[in-house]
Design a protein. Structure first.
Length: 158
């Protein structure tokens, strides 16, 4: 696992200040971003290394490990709330969307995206931007939380 450039060995990204609570009791990551020391989760780290990126020797294999893990673990459709604004996505904080699946593999070579219901077609948006509502099944919530943890820790494919 490689870390995002500029991050210290154990640092990642998180928000600064208190999170605001949105619909469905979801904590929203809004406000300025700053480097902080995320808490390591040994159980999650083991699941990531032993189930998701096991035997992955390069960035492409790690990305595909994540892709197939999410494809298997996410029970779609499920409802999610946008928790942060991203320049690559039209979603705004607090938007509620239906996740309907995974986009084609090539869309997930650098980060994980999911397909949401959007107009007449689907639209791929970053998974890091979404949080399942509390009514979502535990397996789906855990898979999304695993990806959020990977991102918060500053890990990258490669």
């Amino acid at each position: 696992m490689r870390r995002r450039s500029g991050a210290t060995s154990e640092s990642g990204w998180s928000h600064n200040g208190k999170p605001r609570e949105g619909q469905h009791g979801i904590q929203l990551d809004i406000g300025p971003m700053s480097k902080t020391q995320p808490k390591r989760d040994k159980k999650r780290e083991e699941r990531i290394s032993m189930e998701i990126i096991v035997d992955a020797y390069g960035s492409e294999e790690q990305a595909m490990g994540w892709y197939y893990y999410l494809e298997e673990q996410l029970h779609v459709p499920f409802t999610a709330i946008c928790i942060t604004k991203r320049a690559v996505s039209p979603l705004r904080v607090n938007d509620e969307v239906d996740v309907i699946g995974m986009p084609p593999e090539e869309e997930c070579e650098k980060e994980m995206f999911v397909t949401i219901r959007w107009e007449k077609d689907g639209l791929a948006v970053p998974l890091s931007q979404l949080k399942p509502i509390s009514e979502t099944d535990a397996q789906t919530r855990q898979a999304v939380d695993d990806w959020h943890y990977w991102v918060r820790m500053g890990y990258q494919f490669g």
